[in-house]
Design a protein. Structure first.
Length: 422
């Protein structure tokens, strides 16, 4: 049973406990340096200082754990045995829990499990059944999967969001500067015959784990779909692009049937060769860990989730033939196109300024460099497209008119492994 109210109380206590550790370690390192400089004459003061400081930090940590645990238990007792999800029920609350899960990942396990993001599938923001052909409604009512869909076609397009996002990201920027309505990617593709689905998943675990979750989710959807599925398109933003690749690899490796239905794979700003920000965090952690006084700050950076760590160099498919070939990372990245040779692959990247501008060289689209987002195209596969946008930020890739036009152009023809221009 999920109780986000009790989970929030436990989280506060756990955070105070955890964040006390780097403060304590920094304090100890500074004090040690001072006492070493003073020499043996400072020994009595040092003993007293260490004793008092140790007691204070132990009290703060123990108190935080006890108060957080007690408050969580007390609040849980008020639920009456019912699930409570007031946080994730609100779009801002759902975004907050997604950010928390994406940032801290497995650290939340056993501390604030109620606030972990649960996998869900939606259609224009409406949740559709996943683990069962019907979804529970009010007592005595059942809602069929088809009843949650505006249109049922044999063409399914699955949208996979990025780190610390929710499926609501695909509906950001729904109005233009004049206040007019701008259709989302799912709406645009529905207009040309696709049935769009948005997957929400926990971005904290490793990309390979999220890939397995997505692979299982797509398999369930195909099995439960109201009509036989003829085509599947996969669209992933940022980390979502890596998760799409991991899901395809998992499904092919386990001989699942749905990869044979995949006709299009599109990644938007996916850090195939890593994100400079994730690399900065990794390098910062290593550098700060070299000095005793800054190891506490390194400890804070080390709390980052397994998902964020995977963004340091980008996810790699674990293919024996690739490892034995001695090929470098760039060659390995092309394996998704080789893994699904009948699908059309598109890699979309962007820059904040012109590609040669210093801002673009340093920051790319704000989080991912252009060469990272389009890296898999280096494999030279004939079924690969590349699109580079100038002046488009990383987050803006989830809803931009030019990207929407590309998606409609790419996904409208039913081509499978052939050049539509021929």
């Amino acid at each position: 049973m999920v109780d986000e109210v009790a989970g929030a109380a436990r989280l506060v206590g756990a955070l105070v406990d955890q964040l006390t550790i780097p403060v304590r370690d920094t304090h100890r390192a500074v004090a040690d340096r001072v006492f070493r400089a003073l020499g043996p004459v400072a020994t009595p003061v040092r003993l007293a200082h260490d004793s008092i400081a140790g007691a204070v930090y132990a009290s703060v940590r123990g108190g935080a754990r006890s108060i957080g645990g007690a408050a969580g238990a007390a609040l849980a007792a008020t639920s009456g045995g019912r699930e409570r999800r007031p946080v994730s029920a609100h779009p801002l609350g759902a975004q907050a829990t997604a950010f928390l899960s994406g940032l801290l990942g497995e650290w939340l396990d056993g501390r604030a499990d109620d606030l972990r993001v649960r996998v869900a599938v939606s259609h224009h923001g409406r949740v559709v059944p996943l683990g069962d052909p019907v979804i529970a409604g009010l007592p005595g009512q059942e809602v069929q999967l088809a009843e949650r869909l505006d249109v049922v076609s044999d063409r399914m397009v699955v949208f996979v969001h990025g780190l610390a996002e929710t499926s609501g990201a695909w509906r950001w920027w729904m109005t233009d500067d004049e206040g007019g309505s701008i259709p989302s990617y799912p709406e645009r593709l529905q207009a040309v015959g696709w049935t769009p689905l948005e997957v929400t998943y926990d971005t904290g675990p490793a990309v390979s784990v999220s890939g397995r979750v997505l692979a299982d989710t797509i398999a369930i959807l195909v099995d439960r779909w109201p009509v036989p599925v003829a085509e599947i398109a996969l669209v992933g933003h940022s980390m979502g692009g890596l998760v799409v690749g991991a899901a395809c690899h998992e499904a092919v490796s386990t001989h699942s049937e749905w990869p044979d239905l995949v006709s299009h794979v599109v990644t938007l700003g996916a850090p195939h060769r890593g994100s400079w920000l994730a690399q900065l965090a990794a390098n910062g952690s290593r550098t700060l860990g070299l000095i005793p006084e800054s190891r506490g700050l390194a400890g804070i950076l080390d709390l980052r989730s397994a998902g964020i760590r995977d963004l340091t160099i980008g996810w790699r498919p674990d293919l024996p033939e690739v490892e034995s070939s001695g090929s470098d990372a760039a060659a390995q990245l092309a394996d998704l196109a080789a893994l699904l040779p009948l699908a059309q692959h598109a890699f979309v990247g962007s820059t904040l300024r012109a590609p040669g501008h210093p801002v673009s060289r340093l920051f790319g689209d704000g989080l991912v460099h252009l060469h990272s987002a389009t890296g898999p195209a280096d494999g030279g596969h004939p079924n690969v497209r590349v699109r580079r946008h100038v002046g488009v930020g990383h987050i803006r890739l989830v809803h931009h008119p030019d990207v929407a036009d590309d998606l409609v152009e790419w996904l409208t023809p039913r081509f499978r492994g052939i050049d539509p221009s021929s």
